[in-house]
Design a protein around this ligand. Structure first.
Ligand code: ADP
Ligand code: MG
Length: 226
């Protein structure tokens, strides 16, 4: 379970303020996060992932207060527990598709399944990347890069998948295939899925929608987000 309590966050020298008093995401839940551009959706994912830390309040994942861990421990916790699809993909430019997807195992060998056999074949087949495994990111379209990022987030079967507008660059067929893949992995392994999206057509598949509008009323009695 992801639990956020009394969180306050501000970037240095920025007017933007995020205030979340109480947000609970149950294990196995599929959550869509919606809200206007600039309202803090990416910031929220970074706080859950421990990439950013709150100024006050806490982010608790399965009983562990990740926001209180030192940087190295937070990074380690993220590598072991979280698969992240970044809004800008963040692929490693000098690694080909196969190695980009394999990156979690290159960083931490213990994430490899005991059988030693990873899911890369099945995932790349499912998202239509099998003939692109040797290509580098700059030889891929935006939509292909996005699919590589999605495979990388799923390959180690993490407890939590955080996906930042993961269908933004995909055609309708790839979009539904990828959502099915994400939903199926979560259902099969009781994994938690948090997806930031602007796409109202896909909201029906989620258990719950977290709308950033609601945080406007929280915080210090008036605007949580400025
Ligand atoms: P969203 O993902 O909902 O579009 P973000 O979480 O990316 O919004 O950003 C929320 C606000 O914080 C925006 O006003 C943005 O300009 C600001 N912001 C984002 N990243 C930084 C940063 N590294 N430094 C300062 N301000 C930032
Ligand atoms: Mg964003």
């Amino acid at each position: 379970m992801i639990s956020i309590e009394n969180l306050r966050f501000q970037y240095p020298r920025s007017e933007f303020r995020l205030a979340i008093n109480d947000l609970c995401i149950e294990t196995g839940a599929k959550i869509a996060v919606v809200g206007p551009s600039g309202s803090g959706k990416t910031t929220l994912l970074n706080l859950i992932a421990g990439i950013s830390v709150p100024d006050s309040g806490q982010v608790i994942i399965d009983g562990e207060t990740v926001s209180r861990l030192a940087a190295a421990a937070r990074r380690n916790s993220r590598i072991c527990n979280i698969g992240m699809v970044f809004q800008q993909f963040e692929l490693v430019e000098y690694l080909n598709t196969a190695d980009n997807i394999r990156l979690p195992f290159l960083i931490n060998k213990t994430l490899l399944p005991k059988s030693g056999k990873s899911d890369i074949g099945r995932l790349t087949d499912c998202v239509g990347l099998v003939d692109k495994l040797k290509r580098f990111p700059n030889q891929l379209s935006q939509g292909e890069q996005q699919r590589v990022a999605i495979c990388r987030a799923m390959v180690a079967n993490p407890k939590i998948i955080l996906a930042d507008e993961p269908t933004g660059n995909l055609d309708p067929k790839n979009k539904s295939r990828i959502l099915e893949l994400l939903f199926e992995q979560c259902a099969r392994h009781d994994r938690t899925l948090v997806v930031v999206t602007h796409d109202v057509n896909i909201l029906g598949g989620f258990d719950r929608i977290v709308d950033f509008e609601q945080f406007r009323e929280e915080g210090n009695g008036h605007d949580g987000l400025v």
